[in-house]
Design a protein around this ligand. Structure first.
Ligand SMILES: Cc1ncc(C[n+]2csc(CCOP(=O)(O)OP(=O)(O)O)c2C)c(N)n1
Ligand SMILES: [Mg+2]
Length: 272
């Protein structure tokens, strides 16, 4: 890791924020805030040499499995897939009937999506199942699962977490978007998450915490995943919903809102 690599990834993250904003503006619907918030994490995973994938062989057996459990931030996922070459020369549209880019990731519409998500608490469970299956096959592939704090207000999420701890799934990595907001307010106002890290630790996980916008730190941390742990790992990434567009940062009203024309122009002027 050197300064040039970090700068290259910072530029990439900026471009991804611009492109997803454009995608949302054109479709006039979709989830903007959370997509902006996880752009740095996704950039490091996909373009920092962390995730093992091959856009030319998306179904290669030894690929790492990537699951976006908080499926609503699909615009970020699709933009990253496009940058990684999964769509070739095609530019599919977001949220159109029959389009591969459904409002939430759909395996039926887009094969690279490992499992359809949208109902909170579902992808995290499938990730545990896939990690168990890969172990049974003797595979060296890992499962990376993106999850959110709102998703931790679902009971089923904690069943998945407990199972992963019990089975010591050292091939499973969760990355938590800890932005403290969800659809209808702050996570503290809506529910009660307690000490998330302590809860995970108690259930047999290794808990790591990082500033979710510091590309250098993310790169260093994610790079350490090439070394085996004896436990499943969770990275609590402290993030800001709407990161990069000051006027919407931390405002939960932008959870599921696409930019208006005025907001789009403002964002494009800012994301430079
Ligand atoms: C099982 C289920 N219950 C409710 C919802 C409705 N819902 C969609 S997103 C969301 C809040 C999720 O919080 P989070 O993922 O933290 O949102 P963000 O930080 O991206 O705003 C809710 C309650 C859902 N998709 N699935
Ligand atoms: Mg959240």
């Amino acid at each position: 890791m050197d300064k040039t690599q970090i700068e290259r990834l910072q530029q990439k993250a900026l471009l991804i924020r611009r492109d997803l904003t454009e995608m949302l503006f054109r479709s006039a619907s979709g989830h903007w805030g959370g997509s902006l918030g996880l752009a740095d994490v996704f950039t490091v995973l996909f373009f920092g040499g962390i995730l093992r994938y091959n856009a030319k062989k998306p179904e290669a057996k030894d690929r790492d499995r990537f699951i976006l459990s908080n499926g609503h931030i699909a615009p970020l996922y699709y933009t990253v897939l496009e940058h990684a070459g999964f769509f070739g020369d095609k530019k599919p549209a977001l949220r159109k009937i029959g389009s591969p880019l459904q409002g939430h990731p759909s395996h039926t519409h887009l094969a690279v999506v490992e499992t359809s998500t949208g109902p909170l608490g579902q992808g995290v469970g499938v990730a545990v199942g896939k990690a168990i299956a890969l172990k049974m096959q003797g595979s060296s592939a890992r499962v990376f699962c993106i999850t959110s704090d709102g998703e931790h207000e679902e009971g089923s999420t904690w069943e998945a977490v407990a199972s992963a701890g019990k089975y010591r799934l050292d091939n499973l990595i969760y990355i938590l978007d800890r932005n403290h907001v969800q659809i209808s307010g702050t996570t503290e106002d809506v529910g009660n998450l307690g000490n998330i890290g302590a809860r995970y630790r108690d259930l047999g996980w290794e808990v790591l915490e990082v500033n979710g916008h510091d590309i250098g730190k993310l790169l260093r941390l994610f790079d350490s995943f090439k070394y085996k742990s004896r436990k499943p790992r969770i990275v609590i990434a402290r993030t800001i919903m709407g990161k990069g567009v000051k006027q919407i940062e931390n405002d939960y009203h932008y959870h599921g809102k696409a930019p208006s024309e005025k907001e789009y122009l403002m964002a494009m002027a800012e994301l430079k």
